[in-house]
Design a binder for this molecule. Structure first.
Ligand SMILES: [Zn+2]
Ligand SMILES: [Zn+2]
Length: 77
């Protein structure tokens, strides 16, 4: 069993998990300040200003403190 660590959904094959990860809604953004992953809609209210949903973290700005893990994955490998 392969489990997505972002949303805890289980998949029968590693390939199925890989495919799911690209569209997983539970871990799209990574905060470089605190290292947390969260959904895009948790980090923004108007789709324009992004900030880390953690109260004790002041990370903000898409492509600044908050990065899209999907674009990083394709850029590095
Ligand atoms: Zn997932
Ligand atoms: Zn943060």
């Amino acid at each position: 069993m392969h489990t997505c660590r972002n949303c805890n959904q289980s998949f029968r094959t590693e390939l199925a998990l890989e495919i799911h990860r690209d569209s997983c809604e539970a871990g799209q953004l990574l905060c470089q300040e605190c290292g947390d992953q969260f959904r895009e809609r948790d980090a923004t209210e108007d789709g324009w200003h992004y900030r880390c949903p953690n109260d004790d973290c002041d990370g903000e700005g898409l492509k600044e403190d908050l990065i899209d893990v999907r674009s990083v994955r394709t850029a590095t490998h």
